[in-house]
Design a protein around this ligand. Structure first.
Ligand SMILES: *[C@@H]1O[C@H](CO)[C@@H](O)[C@H](O)[C@H]1NC(C)=O
Ligand SMILES: *[C@@H]1O[C@H](CO)[C@@H](O)[C@H](O)[C@H]1NC(C)=O
Ligand SMILES: *[C@@H]1O[C@H](CO)[C@@H](O)[C@H](O)[C@H]1NC(C)=O
Ligand SMILES: *[C@@H]1O[C@H](CO)[C@@H](O)[C@H](O)[C@H]1NC(C)=O
Ligand SMILES: *[C@@H]1O[C@H](CO)[C@@H](O)[C@H](O)[C@H]1NC(C)=O
Ligand SMILES: *[C@@H]1O[C@H](CO)[C@@H](O)[C@H](O)[C@H]1NC(C)=O
Ligand SMILES: *[C@@H]1O[C@H](CO)[C@@H](O)[C@H](O)[C@H]1NC(C)=O
Length: 676
């Protein structure tokens, strides 16, 4: 139940009626409404069911309230009543039926204020047994029988079904509780007929039990169609067939009867009492002929199988050779493989080629036509003919093949001496399959067959010298009866991998001195472009990098310094991608001529100074010996002091720096002198 509605209504209706006293307005509230099904929600048929709607309304005042009730079954309104009584509303369902099954609820309306009850489902079970009746028990074929099926006391929406030997024959929907149908039987025999029904209750339907069974005895109608075919056996193509379709034992007027003569789906003839048909038999006419009699809805049929023997078979058109090129001789043969030798001699069959104006000419042998192949596709057919019968072959389309065009030989990718590379051979035109052959001078290397349009002929080859590249040629062939076509010679650039790297120094190593301009020449053998790099051992970065079209390049050091002494080498790389490195060369930078001269001069000066000092010392010693009685110690001290007082740079150089250089310079000088 919904929330309690607290509705206060003030009625002033009488206020507008002049001359009357004003009634006390009635205030009310609908407290609750409930629906109950009595005696039960699940009942068997024939139970007296009551739907009870109980509303609890509180009101003030004496005036009775006008209550409108509505009962719903499955959301459809089934009952309404307006009353001023406060008693429960009763909706009687006397002797309930299956069709009363459904969901019920009720609604109350007082002066526009409404309340709806809960819903309750009533289920009624049990259908009455259907009663079946027919108006005749004995009929002849085609005669009408009226059959009636009743569902006693049932209500609602009912479907009736009629069965012949448990096979459903008619269905009828009615809104009453009985149905009547007309039945006809088109063949003789005893028929057992019965019925049943279903009652629709949303959303299902309930099926009744089966009715009683009624039997109908159907008697044969003594009228028969007769089909006659002459001749009946040993029919050959070209034979005349006479067919008639007639009636035997007809007690009826011929107007009432219709005859149809047909073969398969083709109606050959029709009429009332007799139908004739005449035809020339063909092999395709083998099959069933039917003579059909229709009278009212009685149908009687007579059939006969006819088997027509072929005089000769459908010709086949064949071509030889199987593959032809434009202009080739070709031969088309039209032949009927089988023939009925008891009726026909092979020579009686004549052959014709179509189109008649074709360029082919008949040879002496029957059915053989020859001529030149055309440039384009052409359709031919032929016919075989004997005893007025013509049979045509299927279409033969002659598709001349396209001769292969001169193939093009080309390289796929780079060619590097000593490494495998690919050669492609391709003709722009030519029917597939095409055989491509690769030749080297006159030697066969390989053959490949291209069968599909996107296939390519690619050969893998290795050469040892760059000039070998022009020895390759390829050949394309798609016609066994003609020579293949040769391509031009293969042309392309060949990369020779680098070898024999050599680093040479100019001027020669022995002559290098400080300040010289030298060339470090890196030379290799192989194909340009070449990238050269010069390195000095101990330094990761190249000193110099250059790419050239020459196989020998220089790196120059314009003015050598003593720091340039070291070990050098070069590297080179080309398209073949093989890196080569030269043997290394050690450069020792000698001192420059003028430096040596200066050092020699300086050394000589030092020697001269030393000599001078010695001389002075000697002289002083001698003087001292003559002047004092003197001791050695004093003279020594003096000498040491006087040496120490020499200019600092001279003493340093002589002791640390100049001395080895001097030695070297002197040695060198001496060497030079000795050489000279
Ligand atoms: C109405 O009455 C029924 C049965 O007495 C009860 O179950 C229900 O709760 C009531 N509803 C309201 C809104 O009081
Ligand atoms: C049902 O009501 C009818 C009258 O409407 C009465 O004749 C019959 O006896 C009742 N059936 C039962 C089972 O009470
Ligand atoms: C049918 O055939 C019969 C002989 O069998 C012939 O007399 C009659 O004229 C034919 N009728 C037709 C309509 O061809
Ligand atoms: C040949 O016949 C085929 C049908 O069988 C047809 O599709 C085709 O166009 C014909 N060709 C020519 C060249 O007439
Ligand atoms: C010919 O070519 C095929 C495919 O490229 C290859 O497998 C075969 O070894 C080649 N034959 C010769 C003799 O080179
Ligand atoms: C192509 O080569 C295959 C196999 O080598 C051979 O059978 C065929 O006859 C050749 N076809 C032509 C047109 O040369
Ligand atoms: C080879 O091809 C180059 C261009 O790619 C062309 O200049 C040269 O003439 C060709 N040589 C031959 C022999 O065909």
């Amino acid at each position: 139940m919904g929330p309690v509605l607290l509705l206060i209504s003030t009625l002033l209706s009488s206020y507008f009626h002049s001359g009357r006293t004003i009634d006390v307005p009635t205030t009310f509230t609908i407290r609750n409404i409930t629906l109950a099904i009595e005696p039960n929600t699940d009942v068997i048929r024939d139970t007296n069911v009551t739907v009870r709607c109980k509303a609890i309304v509180s009101s003030s005042g004496e005036q009775p309230l006008s209550r409108s009730y509505t009962i719903y079954k499955d959301s459809y309104e089934v009952y309404t009543k307006t009353t001023s009584s406060s008693e429960d509303l009763l909706y009687p369902l006397p002797q309930a039926r299956v069709s009363n099954t459904g969901k019920y609820k009720c609604k109350i309306d007082i002066e526009g204020r409404q309340m709806v009850s809960n819903s309750k489902k009533l289920t009624v079970t049990g259908l009455s047994r259907p009663m079946f009746h027919i108006n005749k028990g004995v009929v002849t074929e085609g005669e009408e029988v009226t059959a009636r099926c009743a569902a006693p006391q049932e209500t609602g929406s009912i479907f009736f079904y009629f069965y012949e030997d448990s096979k459903e024959i008619v269905e009828e929907r009615v809104s009453s509780n009985q149905a009547e149908v007309k039945l006809r039987f088109s063949s003789a025999g005893i028929r057992r007929i019965h019925c049943d029904y279903t009652v629709l209750i949303t959303p299902d339907s309930i099926k009744s039990s089966e009715s009683n069974i009624a039997t109908v005895s159907v008697k044969e109608l003594f009228i028969t169609p007769v089909l006659e075919i002459f001749p009946e056996y040993n029919i050959y193509e070209g034979d005349r067939l006479d067919i008639s379709c007639t009636i035997r034992n007809s007690p009826y007027s011929s107007q009432a009867v219709n005859l149809f003569l047909s073969q398969g789906t083709q109606l050959l003839s029709n009429g009332n009492s007799k139908v004739n048909y005449s035809m020339i038999a063909l092999a395709k006419d083998s099959g069933e002929f039917e003579c059909r009699l229709e009278m009212g809805n009685v149908v009687k049929v007579a059939t006969k199988m006819v088997s027509v023997t072929e005089l000769f078979s459908v010709p086949t058109l064949t071509m030889s050779p199987a593959e032809v090129f434009p202009g080739d001789d070709m031969r088309l043969t039209c032949r009927s493989e089988n023939h009925a030798s008891e009726r026909l001699h092979r020579d009686e069959v004549t052959y014709t080629i179509y189109p008649l104006e074709s360029h082919l000419s008949a040879s002496r042998q029957a059915g053989v036509f020859s001529g030149k192949t055309l440039l384009y596709d052409f359709n031919y057919t032929c016919t075989a003919q004997a005893k007025g019968i013509v049979k045509r072959s299927r279409i033969l389309t002659v598709r001349p093949k396209v001769s292969v065009s001169q193939p093009k030989i080309s390289l796929l990718g780079k060619v590097i001496v000593g490494r495998p590379f690919e050669i492609r051979c391709q003709s722009d035109r030519g029917s597939l399959p095409i055989n491509y052959t690769l030749w080297r001078k006159n030697n066969w290397l390989n053959t490949t067959t291209v069968k599909l349009p996107d296939e390519q002929a690619v050969f893998t080859i290795t050469i040892q010298r760059s000039d070998e590249i022009s020895q390759f040629m390829c050949e394309a062939q798609n016609n066994l009866h003609a020579n293949g076509i040769l391509s031009k010679s293969l042309n392309g650039t060949v990369t020779v991998p680098l070898s024999d790297p050599k680093l040479t120094v100019n001027p020669s190593l022995a002559d290098i001195a400080e300040g010289d301009h030298i060339h470090l020449n890196c030379a290799i053998r192989g194909t340009w472009p070449v990238t050269f790099k010069w390195y000095r051992t101990g330094i990761a970065q190249p000193l110099y990098t250059t790419t050239s079209k020459q196989t020998s390049m220089d790196f120059q050091i314009p003015s050598l310094g003593s720091q340039d002494s070291g070990t050098y080498y070069c590297e080179a790389i080309n398209d073949a991608n093989n890196l080569v490195r030269s043997p290394s060369v050690t450069i020792e930078v000698h001192m420059a001529m003028w430096k040596k001269a200066v050092i020699v001069a300086a050394c000589l000066l030092v020697v001269a100074v030393l000599v001078l000092l010695l001389v002075l010392r000697f002289k002083a010693k001698r003087d001292a010996a003559s002047r004092y009685d003197g001791t050695e110690g004093r003279v020594t001290n003096w000498t040491r002091d006087s040496v120490a007082s020499l200019p600092a740079d001279i003493s340093n150089r002589s002791s640390y720096s100049i001395q080895p250089q001097c030695r070297e310079a002197l040695q060198w000088e001496g060497h030079e002198i000795i050489k000279q």
